[in-house]
Design a binder for this molecule. Structure first.
Ligand code: TNX
Length: 485
């Protein structure tokens, strides 16, 4: 049982294990348990070739829903002995996370996409588990390079394995607007036509977006859509010149500079635009959050930035959602329920710390620890390097509650790992940057602080390499990790 990532709250191994066979039944009675059992069965049938029937009769794997105050909204207990595997939780999300742990207890061959010979032992013992932070996120930038629905759905499946429960989609930037908005069709008819380096770009229809949201929901992941404002808007300005200060549409942009575009903060049409875009996004998005960006607004004057923030943040609330913004917006004194996503590289962040004192909560994404788009070392090929070189040990070696002075767990909603896409165009490239750092940040977000131990972590992480190989994940073979064969 010393293989689980993120490491659980407690693990007590025993030598009485269980093995899946061709007659193993997955027992589930409530609709919640049946849904989780079916999802697990689909995953395991491929590799085992077993029927793994789901039903109410006694079975070797059993999912039970039952109140248990220790477990909270997402916790679970898992017991493995000679009689079988029992997973209990107070919620469907808890059962789902327990099923992910069970997958990690099976041999790596269980992750293969084709039938494998087995055997299928599950080591004996008990796990008690629940998360440190309720928000465990990953961000994917689909604006710099566009990623089709299938690539996003594949990422969702990967996130779920490591108990990440929010997918932040960076849907708009200078290089492209990637979500169809019915009232503003040129955003995608024109503004989605290219991407970094002049590739074809692309966008999600509203039906595409709904299918991403549904796939995420089936994996207990909440989608957080971002439209970045008032900067990072060249694609919108190129599509609707009335949103610019001088009424002139700029050309589409395929470079990787930042900070050169801004919405006009003085024209009423800007706020009608944002209001209508947020209305459609709120309608398409069942989750509680809309992210409105706010980063690197270097072409917006300080007064204009303040004016814009004062009007933009309440528009999110008007549509029944909670606003998330990048931490720069802290200096505008936003409404206290606004969540700030911190992406700085040091604890020197007085405006963010002051906002926390006023009641704003944080999502921690310090760029020198959590940015999956930064290079591992100067010799690894993909990625940028403005924040840091981030090897696995660096991604692991920090604590969200000591990064900023006076910001402890109570002020932190959670942790998120952003994957910016200036240098990546396909799923192999996503894999290389995300693995092994995505599971590393997932452990920082889920596991209790007391479990933090590099030697233990790298040994557990090493056992995941063979799993990723079976899943077709092109990971970085970091020299920090003693990879298993
Ligand atoms: C900074 S971090 C940005 C993005 C870039 C990223 C590249 C942040 C909120 N803004 O516009 O893609 O660096 O690492």
């Amino acid at each position: 049982m010393k293989t689980i990532v993120p490491v659980p709250v407690s693990v007590s191994p025993s030598d009485q294990g269980y093995a899946l066979t061709g007659t193993t039944i997955i027992q589930a009675e409530s609709p919640e348990a049946v849904r989780v059992a079916e999802t697990l069965a689909v995953g395991l049938r491929r590799a085992t070739g077993f029927p793994l029937v789901v039903g109410p009769e006694p079975g070797g794997i059993r999912f039970t829903l039952g109140a248990d105050p220790v477990l909270g909204a997402e916790g679970y207990r898992l017991v493995v002995d000679a009689a079988g595997v029992r997973i209990t939780a107070g919620t469907e999300a808890g059962l789902f996370h327990g099923a992910q742990t069970l997958r990690q207890l099976l041999p790596p061959a269980a992750d293969a996409g084709t039938t494998q010979p087995g055997p299928w032992p599950v080591p004996g013992g008990e796990v008690l588990d629940h998360p440190r932070f309720g928000y465990r996120g990953a961000m994917l930038d689909v604006a710099r390079h566009f990623f089709p629905v299938a690539a996003v759905c594949r990422y969702i499946e990967q996130l779920a394995r490591y108990k990440i429960n929010h997918l932040h989609l960076h849907l708009t930037d200078d290089q492209g607007w990637r979500i169809a908005i019915a009232g503003w069709p040129r955003l995608t008819e024109h503004g989605a036509r290219t991407e970094v380096d002049g590739g074809p770009g692309g966008y999600y229809t509203q039906s595409d977006y709904r299918s991403i949201v549904a796939h995420a929901a089936a994996h207990h992941i909440t989608v957080v859509p971002e439209v970045d404002t008032p900067g990072h808007v060249n694609a919108a300005l190129a599509s609707y010149p009335e949103l610019t200060e001088d009424g002139q549409a700029p050309e589409l942009y395929t470079g990787i500079e930042v900070g050169f575009s801004t919405l006009s903060v003085h024209r009423e049409v800007t706020y009608r635009f944002l209001d209508e875009v947020l209305a459609e996004l709120a309608e398409l998005t069942p989750g509680p959050y809309l992210h409105i960006g706010g980063d690197e607004a270097q072409s917006t004057t300080e007064t204009d930035y303040q004016t814009f923030a004062d009007r933009a943040v309440p528009l999110v609330g008007k549509h029944g959602k909670t606003a998330i913004t990048w931490h720069e917006l802290a200096r505008t004194n936003p409404l206290a329920d606004t969540i700030l996503q911190f992406w700085g590289t040091s604890g020197d962040a007085p405006e963010t710390i002051a906002a926390v004192k006023r009641g704003n909560k944080l999502i921690m994404s310090p760029a020198n620890r959590t940015y999956l788009d930064q290079k591992y070392t100067e010799d690894t090929e993909l990625g940028l390097k403005w924040a840091a070189y981030i090897e696995v040990a660096d991604a692991y070696d920090w604590d969200p509650a000591t990064y900023l002075a006076d910001v402890d767990d109570s002020a932190i909603l959670g942790v998120e790992a952003p994957l910016w896409s200036e240098t990546i165009t396909n799923t192999d490239a996503m894999d290389f940057l995300a693995y092994p750092r995505l599971p590393t940040i997932a452990e920082i977000a889920w596991s209790p602080k007391e479990t933090h131990d590099w030697a233990d972590f790298r040994a557990r992480l090493a056992t995941h390499g063979p799993r990723w190989e079976r899943q077709g994940i092109a990971f970085h073979r970091s020299p920090d990790v003693p990879w298993a064969d």
